[in-house]
Design a protein around this ligand. Sequence first.
Ligand code: SF4
Length: 500
Amino acid sequence: MTRQEFSEEALEAWLQCERRAWLERHRPESRSTESGLERYLREQHADLGRAYRHQLIRTAGSTVTPSTGTGAAADTVRALRDGAAAVLDGTLTAEGVGGASAGMRLRARLDVLRRVREGWAVETIAAGTRVRPHHIRRLAFGRLVAEANGLPVRRSAVACVVRAPSPDGPRLRVQDVSAVTADALRRLPARIGAAGASLRAAREPRTAIGPHCHRPRTCPFLSRCWAPYDGHSIFEVPGLRSDTRRALRGAGWSDVRRVPRRAPGLEPAEHHALNDTRADRVRVDFGALHTGLAELSFPVAYLDMEFATPAVPWLPGTNPFQPLPFQFSVHLEDAEGGVHNLSFLHREAARDPRPALAGALAEALAGAGSIVVYDASAETLLLTELARAVPTAAATLRSAAERSWDLLALVRSAIRHPGFGTGWGLKRVAATLAPGSYENVELADGLAAQTAWRQLLRSEDAGLAARLRRYCEADSRALLRIVRVLRHWAAGGSGGPAGI
Ligand code: SF4
């Protein structure tokens, strides 16, 4: 994209934050690498695009998919001129229209452009089951550029996934959103004009950090903007009301270390929370810790499972987004402190991963006492679904689900640690309580593991398999290491925190 081009992605960046839009244009090298979520959504979108193409071929006749490289816009125009009934993944450009200043070219990616009576329909494919505001904005942008190319747009629609199972594969429900898109189109010129002015600014805008940095998704410039706070921003202090955060930010006190000790309008608990963060103070409810740890029975199995949630089901009888486990790691700890690891990774593209995984997991857990998991509601659901799908392993897996013990619940109820920030994710808790747990682990999260696994099935790349194994094993080992730190604290070991 040349410097004068403006896309709907640039508009979305600007709507999140003026500073982000500016950074995307002027400092793209500061962007963090593509997150697991971004890659996951891109893959889901591509799968759904293919599914929708099949659906369209049945209803609209011929379809053409233009290239997405530098010639994408020319390919799209050629396909339209040649009389295509529908164009998928098309690109259109237009200069100086809809709020864009002279010399500014709008560039729209159109999931679907198809002929309808006396004109065209512009459609976008949602990687989910519901219409979201960004779908409407995307359609408005596409309609603006399509009409500037002389294509009368009669209809705007979103194709959403239908969650119910379908014998013919996924069904996409096409929802007409023409009226709301027309409303969004009226607001578009002012937005494009304002965003264009922000991008032309010579200096980076000084927008302060805030909740908008995580909405609608975590901003790719987070590490750049949040680094100066070094974990002491008011947005990382647990227990503050959102009104309080807003007021502190408005007063220019986004850094805890700058908030006056007698800052007005705070409740006593909020003052405590700020003081704890200033002093890096850890608080532990030892009663809850003792009670929770006493429930563990040896041999303790520390279990992590990875799963895929394909929008387009790969297996007959499964629904869109139904979790499909493909990997597990178990660290088994005996009463004398001995530990050994058992793991499984499914690698056969043509087979359902569940029977072999369920068999291996049932074997790994058969002699275990407590099964330590992180977030029992999610993990026990996986175990019971797996038991339902593989009757031969059902008894052992259901029994394992009943013996599951939730480390997340104990951490939430017994520990206040400034290092956790406002979340309870395993990676952050492990980094705080058991640093080094994810050393040499390349995959960032479960979504990254999910996309890596899909890639593995396509490529049989041994390096990818090793990365997946390291990732899953690090998760189950992190559970073990956290429990050991908590036991040490509960036993009054040196270096432990004070009680509440
Ligand atoms: S991290 Fe926050 S302040 Fe910085 S560019 Fe992103 S949204 Fe804006």
